[in-house]
Design a protein around this ligand. Sequence first.
Ligand SMILES: [Zn+2]
Length: 119
Amino acid sequence: MPCLSVEPKVLAHFARVLDHASTEGVLDAKSLGELHREFLARDKSGNTWTVGLKTGAWNVVEAGRWVSRSTPPDRLELELDLFLRLNALPDEHRICPCCLDHQLRKHRYCTRCRFDFGP
Ligand SMILES: [Zn+2]
């Protein structure tokens, strides 16, 4: 499975979008539960991280248990398929898959790298 290396702020953005999707009922409970369960990223050492949807708190798996951390690593690996599904959730912004910049959804082309998001 191909992965994207992203800054933690991308994951924090998706946590807000996912939380919003759950409170607004834009997805059925099953799809939302699946996305929430899969909402994980890995650091370069292979540790599994996530962000609390409500709390915004960073958590990492250590010795089989979730442990809270005040700061995430500089980069996290996110599976491309998961990235694309999260990016498709309704929000004013989306992340450019090419340059990873935050972009307003109303733009068809990335204002930074000119990536074509499609119609
Ligand atoms: Zn771009």
